[in-house]
Unconditional design. Structure first.
Length: 400
């Protein structure tokens, strides 16, 4: 037999009947190493050797790490996510990694993780009871593991399964960029797409009634801004007087108030397009002027107990308002009006009313600070029944 050329690789049969291939390639660490591949047939192993040789010819290094998923995910959170993402994003990623990814995939090797393993694991997570970690059938047979035997209902939502998949996909994509793996196997796995509730919008009459009902509330100006300007809750509670120009009639959305690691913190808004300058209509200027006067009175009444934060909307002693505590003001107002609305639906109402008035979608997008006009149209822009009736009536008149 002729001698093999340097780098040609070899395929031999092992005692157990499987085949073993070896070939020299350049690894991600920059070293040239002899890599082994295995298979049930000679052709299968030869194909793997040929693929490695093809990558070598293209200058693509071969991953040579044996790190487990748990080690890699901890590294990724600390060195990549914490450094480059917003604190709230890091919190969400860290929770998914700690609660789901490490217990489920932590012992797997990063380099050898397969799409089939990810697909099987995600399917199991989506179906198992989150109280006892058993499948639905097993949960029904073990009612003692949860109160009242309701454990089979405590399964993850589609949205949560999608989030777990998204975090894993982002982590593995970083591994691809760092040449630790050749491909992102999570991208080969599909998960059910959740359905999103776009919320309920207010009509013009309902919006007027809401502002009238909130007129005596100390946070009346906040409701005006939410309904007229479409600002998010965190943006409202993070708004500073330094960003408001009542003389020129404009404000700059540049901060958002969030609870990060147990502390209320001013952070950058949701996206780059969320940082925006918005002109103020007369209704908003008047409400903010009255609110500034009311805040001055509260500052005088609080005396030495007042904490100066520079925020527009504060507690009665000047401290930031806990976002979740806003319901103490909002829930009584909506109860008196007989409405079943989230506070965020005021933002939704603003966008919908602007679109119903014929305002161009790209202008509405700038006012609301959406990252993409598709968000404006897909998530928010659904016409009211009156608008649909009017449109269909017009078509009917033309055809009759």
């Amino acid at each position: 037999m002729a001698k093999r050329a340097n780098g040609e690789g070899s395929v031999t049969r092992r005692k157990d009947g499987t085949y073993h291939g070896r070939v020299y390639v350049t690894t991600a660490s920059g070293l040239r190493k002899r890599v082994s591949v295995y298979g049930k047939t000679r052709d299968e192993v030869r194909a793997k050797v040929t693929e490695l040789q093809s990558q070598e010819a293209k200058g693509v290094p071969v991953p040579d790490t044996n790190v487990r998923m748990e080690e890699y995910l901890v590294y990724w959170l600390a060195r990549v996510v914490r450094v480059n993402r917003r604190p709230k994003t890091y919190q969400g990623y860290e929770s998914v990694v700690r609660v789901h990814l490490i217990p489920g995939l932590g012992k797997k090797k990063l380099r050898t993780l397969r799409a089939a393993e990810v697909r099987t694991w995600l399917g199991r997570v989506a179906a198992e009871c989150q109280c006892c970690k058993h499948g639905r059938d097993a949960a029904r047979a073990r009612p003692q593991c949860c109160a009242a035997g309701e454990c089979c209902r405590a399964v993850l939502s589609r949205r949560m399964v999608q989030s777990i998949h998204a975090v894993l996909r982002n982590a593995l994509q970083n591994a691809v960029r760092e040449e630790l793996v050749m491909r992102n196997v999570a991208q080969l796995v599909q998960v059910p797409t959740p359905t999103y509730d776009t919320g309920k919008g207010l009509s013009v009459a309902q919006a007027r009634l809401l502002l009238k009902e909130a007129a005596e509330d100390r946070l009346y100006a906040l409701y005006v801004l939410a309904l007229v300007m479409g600002m998010r809750r965190g943006e409202l509670l993070g708004l500073r007087w330094a960003a408001v120009d009542l003389e020129r009639g404009s404000l700059i959305v540049e901060r958002s108030l969030q609870r990060v690691d147990g502390t209320l913190t001013l952070v950058q808004p949701k996206t780059l397009s969320s940082v925006r300058t918005i002109p103020l209509p007369t209704l908003v200027v008047r409400a903010l002027t009255e609110h500034r006067e009311r805040q001055a009175q509260e500052r005088a009444a609080a005396g030495d107990t007042w904490t100066e934060t520079g925020l527009v909307f504060t507690s009665r002693v000047g401290t930031p308002i806990e976002p979740d505590n806003l319901r103490r003001s909002w829930h009584p107002i909506r109860r008196r009006l007989g409405l079943e609305l989230r506070f965020h639906d005021l933002r939704h109402s603003c966008v919908t009313l602007l679109l119903d008035l014929g305002v161009p979608p790209h202008v509405v997008r700038q006012i609301a600070g959406h990252s993409d006009i598709g968000v404006t149209m897909k998530v928010y822009a659904h016409a009211s029944l009156d608008e649909q009736r009017k449109a269909l009536g017009t078509l009917g008149d033309r055809l009759s």
